[in-house]
Design a protein around this ligand. Structure first.
Ligand code: ADE
Ligand code: ZN
Length: 328
C-alpha cells in the first residue's frame, strides 16, 4: 500500500470563501469582548454551534455583526489570508457582503478599505494574491441583490472583480435575480452563483439558463442529473466545490458519497474550497488533503485542480500569468 500523500507543499487556490464565515470562534470572541456582546447563542468554547443550514446562517450573521470598523475587517482578512498562505495557498477570492457590513454600521468605503488593507498586509507578509467578489444575499430579496449588483458595477474598489449571490438557495426563483446579474455582467464583472448546494439539479439548470455564470458555487447536486453534468462539462462551467461544507451541512452523508471525483471524471472543471472554514472544521489545506485521501490524487492531479481555479479566477491577464507561473 502506498503512503498517503502529504499535500502541504502543493500550491493551492481557493475560489469560494465567505469572509464573514472565515472568522474563527476565538477571533469572534475577542470581538465580542471588544463590543461587550454575548456570543453564547452560537459559540460554545471554541466551536460554532448550529444544527442545520438556517441555524448556520444565524451563527454566520451573529459573527458578522461583531466586525464593525475598518480595522476589524483588516484584521479578519489578514488573519484568514495568512492562515491559508501557510498552507501554500497562492490565491484566494473572498465573498464580501455589503448587506452584512451595513447591518454592522460600516460604510461601504470602510468595509472595502478595511478588507483591502488586510489583503495588502497578507500579500506583503506572504505573497498571497486576493480578489473580492461582492455577493447579494438571496433571502433578502431581488431588490437588495440588485442594489448589491449596482454597487459592484460601480467598481467601488479595484480588487472587486466579481459578483455573486449567496444565502438561502430555496428562497424565490433564480429568474427573479436575473436583472442583478445582467447589471454585473454588463459592467464586466466575473459571475458566479450559489446553486445545487441545498437545492437540486433544477436550481443548477435555472442558474445556467438565467444567469449564464462562468462558475457555480457548489453545483454538486447536478450529479443527480446525467444530462446536466454533461451540459456543465460541455459549457466549461467551473464548479467551486466545498466538500467539507457539503458534509457538515449533510448534503452528502460521507466523503465516499461526495460527487467531486465523479464530476471530475465526467469532464467537469472542478476546484476545491472551504466555504466558511471554521464552521465546517475546514480550510483549503484540509480540503486538498481530504480529496487526496479520499480519491488517491497525486501531486500533479492536485496541482491541476489549482490550475483550473487560477484559469477560472476573476483576475487580469498579467496576474493570472504570474499565478500560473508559480505552478511550474
Ligand atoms: N453564506 C455563507 N455560506 C453560505 C453557503 N454555504 N451557502 C449559501 N450562503 C452562504
Ligand atoms: Zn458559499
Amino acid at each position: 500500500m502506498t503512503e498517503p500523500l502529504d499535500t502541504t507543499a502543493i500550491r493551492k487556490a481557493e475560489l469560494h470563501c465567505h469572509i464573514e464565515g472565515a472568522a474563527s470562534p476565538s477571533l469572534v470572541k475577542a470581538q465580542a469582548r471588544k463590543y461587550d456582546a454575548d456570543v453564547s447563542g452560537f459559540i460554545s468554547g471554541d466551536t460554532y454551534v448550529w444544527s442545520d443550514f438556517t441555524e448556520f446562517l444565524t451563527a454566520y450573521d451573529g459573527a458578522a455583526s461583531l466586525f464593525r470598523t475598518e480595522e476589524d475587517y483588516a484584521l479578519l482578512a489578514r488573519t484568514y489570508l495568512e492562515e491559508i498562505a501557510a498552507e501554500n495557498a497562492i490565491y484566494a477570492e473572498i465573498f464580501v457582503s455589503p448587506d452584512h457590513a451595513v447591518a454592522a454600521g460600516l460604510s461601504n468605503a470602510a468595509y472595502f478599505g478595511g478588507l483591502a488593507e488586510g489583503i495588502a498586509q497578507a500579500k506583503a507578509s506572504s505573497g498571497i494574491e486576493c480578489r473580492m467578489i461582492i455577493v447579494g444575499i438571496r433571502h433578502l430579496g431581488a431588490e437588495k441583490v440588485e442594489a448589491a449588483a449596482r454597487l459592484a458595477a460601480a467598481r467601488p474598489h479595484p480588487l472587486i472583480t466579481g459578483f455573486g449571490m449567496a444565502g438561502e438557495e430555496r428562497f424565490g426563483q433564480v429568474a427573479d435575480f436575473a436583472r442583478a446579474f445582467d447589471i454585473a455582467r454588463d459592467a464586466g464583472l466575473g459571475i458566479t452563483i450559489h446553486a445545487g448546494e441545498l437545492a437540486g439539479p433544477e436550481s443548477v439548470r435555472a442558474a445556467l439558463d438565467h444567469v449564464r455564470p462562468s462558475r457555480l458555487g457548489h453545483g454538486v447536486r447536478a450529479i443527480e442529473d446525467t444530462a446536466l453534468v454533461q451540459r456543465i462539462a460541455d459549457e466549461g462551467v467551473v464548479l467551486e466545490v466545498c466538500p467539507g461544507s457539503n458534509l457538515a451541512l449533510n448534503v452528502f452523508p460521507d466523503i465516499s458519497s461526495h460527487p467531486f471525483d465523479r464530476l471530475r471524471r465526467a469532464g467537469v472543471k472542478v476546484t476545491l474550497s472551504s466555504d466558511d472554514p471554521p464552521h465546517f472544521a475546514s480550510s483549503v489545506g484540509r480540503e486538498y488533503q481530504m480529496a487526496a485521501d479520499a480519491w488517491g490524487y497525486d501531486a500533479p492531479e492536485l496541482t491541476e485542480i489549482t490550475r483550473t481555479a487560477i484559469e477560472a479566477a476573476f483576475v487580469d491577464a498579467q496576474t493570472r500569468a504570474n499565478l500560473l507561473g508559480q505552478l511550474d
